[in-house]
Design a protein around this ligand. Structure first.
Ligand SMILES: Nc1nc2c(ncn2[C@@H]2O[C@H](COP(=O)(O)OP(=O)(O)OP(=O)(O)O)[C@@H](O)[C@H]2O)c(=O)[nH]1
Ligand SMILES: [Mg+2]
Length: 468
């Protein structure tokens, strides 16, 4: 569905909703003529006669009495994003006005662009690799600086060069194995099973190394997770509601109100995260309670930041606190809640007599009154930022699709190694090895986009928004 590029596509490419500026984008052979038909520029000037990389002020004329100011940005093929003639109409960002412009373009012969179709055209014209196109999608979907940086790493990664080298090695190995089949009668060994197993094994190790190094890349699509854990009644649900600004969780004085993990999006400074409320920890021998506690424990292992919420007005027993602390992998951020019930002088870590907490970071808040929320927000933001710094060591970020293709290639190579290690004579296994090497080659080709199927393009570009 993305492969036809000989028609002209149009879409609103600015963000939805009202704004001072809105953009309608058109790409294809008729883009310039359609824009000329729609816009009145300075007397005597038309887009048809204009060079690329120019801006033309004028008006979009809807009728004798209705017009709107416009700046027309003209990019001529092949020096444009899509490598086709591309026109952007920058006007007032009024949604009905932009809809009307699109309608006029459609009436003049353009077609509505599919999601991501502009970038798909850039890819099909060779202006972007598939990985770069995916990085564009990741940039569009980025909801925080962390995600934006990861998307940037994805755009500028050098993995493509590594893959080209691996493909050469695979092609070489395959030709050696196939030569063995072709010259079966000759007493020549092009490569021994041992040598083959070693070379394929080295290649597989490099693939796996990239997979490990890019693990953080997966998080591009995922919001960081901030978990609120603690004893029943500490105020976790009240905090979730306050921090997210929505009444997501039932909060009540009844201990054990929350049973399931509840989530709500929340912003901590510049970072958007998924805030998770969990059931209050309890070691009662009750099936329901232990299921809820099990869920909280899993969430604690998976969270990027763990916050231990304690009722500072009625400090928990040291033994219970110690058990809670044992669940968090890293020292949690301690949220001493209900500080509205304390005098200022009582807001001290000594109120929570647990040695493990002596060095913990404390924030004193009241989920009820909102006191201390800014300090809490900053503390969580700092932790999220240091979490993302760990990811900075990762040189490359890959999309889930690319990682799956790498995984497939690594699996095919593992089969090769296993087969080769069991054979004395290459000829006995050559056919099998050739099939696996071929599979690894196909997986790598799909990874770079050298081999694309309509289905693959559909999956990637459908994740874009229309107009991009
Ligand atoms: N005074 C005061 N009361 C609070 C504060 N935060 C929560 N509460 C009250 O404490 C009680 C328990 O609050 P929840 O938010 O339900 O506590 P929870 O930790 O979610 O409890 P479970 O779901 O049972 O684990 C409710 O009555 C809240 O109104 C606070 O900052 N100050
Ligand atoms: Mg609760």
């Amino acid at each position: 569905m993305y492969t036809s590029t000989d028609d002209t596509i149009v879409a609103i490419s600015s963000a939805p909703g009202g704004a001072s500026r809105g953009i309608v984008r058109m790409s294809g052979p008729a883009a310039v003529a359609i824009a000329d038909g729609l816009c009145r520029l300075a007397p005597g000037s038309t887009l048809a006669c204009a060079a690329g990389f120019t801006v033309h002020a004028g008006e979009i004329v809807f009728s004798d009495v209705h017009h709107a100011p416009v700046d027309v940005y003209l990019f001529r093929a092949p020096r444009s994003y899509t490598r086709q003639d591309l026109v952007e109409l920058h006007t007032i960002g009024s949604p009905p006005l932009l809809d009307l412009i699109v309608e006029r373009c459609l009436a003049a012969g353009a077609r509505s662009a599919l999601p991501g179709e502009f970038t798909a055209r850039a890819f099909l014209a060779g202006a972007l690799s598939l990985g770069e196109a995916e990085a564009v999608a990741a940039t569009i979907h980025a909801r925080s600086d962390v995600q934006l940086r990861a998307a940037q790493r994805m755009r500028t990664s050098h993995v493509a060069e590594d893959i080209a080298a691996w493909q050469d090695e695979l092609a070489q190995l395959r030709s050696l194995v196939e030569a063995d089949i072709d010259f079966a009668e000759e007493p020549i060994d092009f490569i021994t099973p041992t040598e083959l197993a070693a070379r394929v094994g080295t290649l597989r190790a490099r693939l796996l190394a990239i997979l490990t190094a890019t693990r953080a890349g997966e998080r591009i699509d995922v919001l960081p997770r901030v978990l609120l854990m603690g004893l029943p009644n500490a105020g976790k649900s009240t905090l979730l509601n306050r921090l997210s600004g929505i009444n997501r969780a039932i909060a009540s004085a009844v201990a054990g109100t929350t049973r399931d993990l509840l989530t709500a999006p929340a912003r901590f400074g510049d970072v958007e995260a998924l805030l998770i409320d969990s059931a209050g920890w309890d070691d009662a021998p009750d099936e329901l309670v232990s299921a809820a506690t099990g869920q909280s424990e899993t969430a604690a292992r998976q969270a990027d930041v763990v916050c231990l919420v304690v009722d500072a007005a009625s400090p928990p027993e040291p033994a219970a606190l110690a058990k809670l602390l044992a669940q968090a992998a890293a020292p949690p951020l301690v949220i001493a809640n209900k500080c509205d019930l304390l005098a200022a002088g009582q807001r001290r870590p000594e109120r929570l007599p647990v040695p493990e907490l002596a060095t913990a970071e404390f924030v004193w808040v009241s989920a009820l009154t909102g006191e201390g929320m800014d300090a809490l927000s900053h503390a969580v933001e700092r932790r999220l930022a240091s979490e993302s710094h760990a990811g900075d060591e990762v040189t490359t970020a890959l999309s889930a699709r690319q990682r799956a293709a790498l995984g497939e290639a690594a699996e095919a190579l593992a089969r090769c190694v296993a087969t080769a290690e069991q054979a004395d004579d290459l000829l006995d296994i050559a056919e099998l090895i050739a099939v696996d090497l071929c599979e690894a080659q196909d997986a790598l080709a799909e990874l770079t986009g050298a081999v694309t199927t309509e289905d693959l393009l559909g999956r990637i570009f459908a994740s874009f928004c229309i107009g991009k």
